[in-house]
Design a protein around this ligand. Structure first.
Ligand SMILES: Nc1ncnc2c1ncn2[C@@H]1O[C@H](COP(=O)(O)OP(=O)(O)OP(=O)(O)O)[C@@H](O)[C@H]1O
Length: 254
C-alpha cells in the first residue's frame, strides 16, 4: 500500500541573484486521516513547504508522490482538488460571502450543499454573519473562516492549513480547532497544520513535524515529541515557547 503522500529529499532554494538554501532533505510520509502539526521558528520554511505540497510552489530537488504517483505526472489543478492549501491571509473572490461559497462549487462543478454551509458557519462562530455582506468587507478572522469553509466544502482528502486561526480570538480559535478535529475524524481528512500555538499543536495533532536547522528535523507522535524530543534544538524551541507563554500578559505600567 502506498502512502497518501510521500516526500523524498525535498529541497528548496530562495533568492533571485544569489541562491540561499531554505531547507533540504525533507523526508516524510503522510497517511490518510493523520493530523500533523508543523511547528518551528519563523523563517524555517513551513509556509513554503505547505505551498510546495499543494503545487503552488515547486521543489528544486526531490520527489513528492500522491498515492504512489509523482507530482510531475499530475495536473496541478487535479492535485489541488485533493490536497488544498488554506492561506493565512486568504483572497476573497468578488461579491458576497455566499457568492464566495457558491462560486468555488460552480468552478469545480460540484453541487452546493446549503445545509452544510450553514452548519460550518455556525460551528466556526459565524452564525450571526450576514452572508449577503460583501466578502471584501469582512474582518481578517472572518475571511480566514470563510476561506476555510470554502475549502472544506469541496471535501479535499488533505487540508494544508497555514496559521488558519492566527487572526482569531482564543474562543473562536478553539471552535475552529474542534470543528477541524471532528471533520478529520468523520470525513477521514488529513490535516497538515502550521501553527505557532504549541497548546493548539498538542491538542489537535497526532503527529508533530518540527522544522529546524534547514530541514524537517523531527517527526514524531505528538505526545512523544513534547515529552521527549530527539534533538537539543527542538528541546530548546519547546522550552522557549513555554517560557514566552508564561510571560506576564499585561505588564504593569510605571
Ligand atoms: N519565493 C520566494 N522568494 C524569496 N524568498 C522567499 C520565497 N518564499 C519564501 N521566501 C523566504 O523564505 C523564508 C521562509 O519563509 P516561510 O514563510 O516559508 O517561513 P515560515 O517558517 O512559514 O515563517 P513564519 O513562521 O514566520 O510564517 C522567508 O525568509 C521568506 O521571505
Amino acid at each position: 500500500m502506498s502512502h497518501l503522500l510521500n516526500l523524498q529529499r525535498l529541497t528548496k532554494y530562495i533568492g533571485t541573484t544569489t541562491q540561499t538554501m531554505l531547507f533540504s532533505g525533507v523526508e516524510a510520509q503522510v497517511e490518510q486521516g493523520e493530523r500533523i502539526a508543523v511547528i518551528g521558528a519563523s523563517g524555517q520554511g513551513k509556509s513554503t513547504l505547505l505551498r510546495i505540497l499543494s503545487l503552488l510552489d515547486s521543489p528544486d530537488e526531490g520527489e513528492m508522490e500522491w498515492k504512489g504517483v509523482s507530482y510531475r505526472r499530475c495536473d496541478p489543478r487535479v492535485w489541488r482538488m485533493k490536497i488544498t492549501y488554506v492561506a493565512q491571509h486568504p483572497v476573497m473572490l468578488p461579491g458576497s460571502v455566499e457568492d464566495n461559497l457558491r462560486m468555488v462549487h460552480s468552478l469545480h462543478k460540484v453541487p452546493y450543499d446549503q445545509a452544510l454551509a450553514q452548519r460550518l458557519l455556525e460551528r466556526s462562530g459565524l452564525s450571526a454573519l450576514d452572508i449577503q455582506k460583501r466578502a471584501s468587507d469582512l474582518s481578517g478572522g472572518e475571511k480566514q473562516r470563510i476561506a476555510l469553509i470554502r475549502s472544506m466544502m469541496l471535501r479535499p482528502e488533505a487540508l494544508l492549513l497555514d496559521e488558519v486561526t492566527a487572526s482569531l480570538d482564543p474562543a473562536n480559535a478553539d471552535l475552529v480547532e474542534q470543528l477541524l478535529t471532528e471533520w478529520s475524524d468523520q470525513e477521514g481528512t488529513t490535516l497538515i497544520w502550521v501553527t505557532h500555538d504549541l497548546k493548539q499543536a498538542r491538542s489537535f495533532s497526532t503527529t508533530t513535524w518540527y522544522m529546524g536547522s534547514q530541514t524537517l528535523l523531527e517527526r514524531q507522535p505528538t505526545a512523544l515529541f513534547f515529552s521527549r524530543p530527539d534533538t537539543e534544538a527542538a528541546r530548546r524551541f519547546i522550552t522557549q515557547s513555554i517560557e514566552s507563554d508564561k510571560e506576564e500578559p499585561c505588564p504593569s505600567l510605571h
